[in-house]
Ligand binder design. Sequence first.
Ligand code: FE2
Length: 427
Amino acid sequence: MSKKNSDTEKKEPEKMVDSKLSLILRYSAEISACDNLETIVSLIADETKELLEADRCSVYLLDNGDDQLYSWVSHGLKSEIIRFPAGKGLAGFSAKTGETVNIKDAYSDERFNPEFDRRTGYRTRTVLCMPLKTLTGDIIGVFQVLNKKSGVFTPQDEDILSMLSNHAAGAVEKTMLYEEIRESFTSFINTLAETIDARDPMTAGHSSRVCSYALLMADKMNYNPTKREILKYAALLHDLGKIGVREAVLTKPGRLDPAEREHIQRHVLVTKKILERTHFQPKFREVPLVASSHHENYDGSGYPNGYSGEDIPEISRIMAVADVFDAVTYKRHYREPMPFKDVIRIFKDGSGSKFDSRCVKAFFKIEVYKILKIMTSGTEKEITENSLDIFKDITLEDFLSHLDKGSGPVVKEFSKFYPATDLKNVS
Ligand SMILES: [Fe+2]
């Protein structure tokens, strides 16, 4: 063998390693810049397909609820989700036993399920399946790679797939853990909010409704997910300090005297104190200040600090609108729900003075049926899908012109859910 030939033979495998390495590096950069689990797994599937020089790669997740595998990412499928019993087919075998399956000819293996090929016209030849295992060894899904472009899947392919499936399992596990922590945190906060509101039957559901109205406003103001979450926690916990308000004051049927008013107004300071002692992730550090500033007014006439304008956190300014709206549209110890025209007047007159005009504007952009859904949730008047058509695309702002025009069908339908619409006084 000449020296020249030997050099060429040496360089080919090196070239292959180089190209695989650059593929891994390229995908690693893309994956680490991504925080969406579905995109991460989809990138890993693409990487697998390229590195193993295969035709398709699918990632199935195990649903322990009904012991089924369902497709999560799948080349060759558009949006169709395949589900099949865990244990069925080669992917099912791998999920059940935790074993790697490397098949040279699918049709000669009795575990192979040809159903999918029959349905789609695809022809499966070679198959490599590997379970997705968590760090603790629990199987959460399966990686399935089909049809090596030339030849069969090699032990080296198995090693590469093992590395990639570990990577995917780590990303899945981390996200699931994060989701679980987030869910338990949210459910704890929801329970806390319900407990506060339940001290007085007249305010039951108040915090959750304020939160829902405020989130709709945030959507109209194009809030990003983090700001939405800050708003959600602050709105659910805004009245937490009412835990320190005497029951006799909280449920007093008549007007409050000055001392009682001062006592009840202290709830915002208690809210702040309790929340400041609560551990929040750094991105939620504003929650105590935001939650305890919901009674500050844009013109500085609110409490506890009398802050005005931009000195009040924007989320608190949103909450101020949502809080007042829920307070006046709900029955209280000392009064019935306010006639709707008067409710609107509060915000029209208060825009730019008591309330931030941008927040009022965002509130009026909300669709009427969304407001009715929140107002009536959990009541016997709960709005049904049938009633939604008449309010289709009508925003609160549009509804005002309906109110001004007179008691047309939209106003009449609205009054079924909000009897204080006061049809007699509609001009
Ligand atoms: Fe409050």
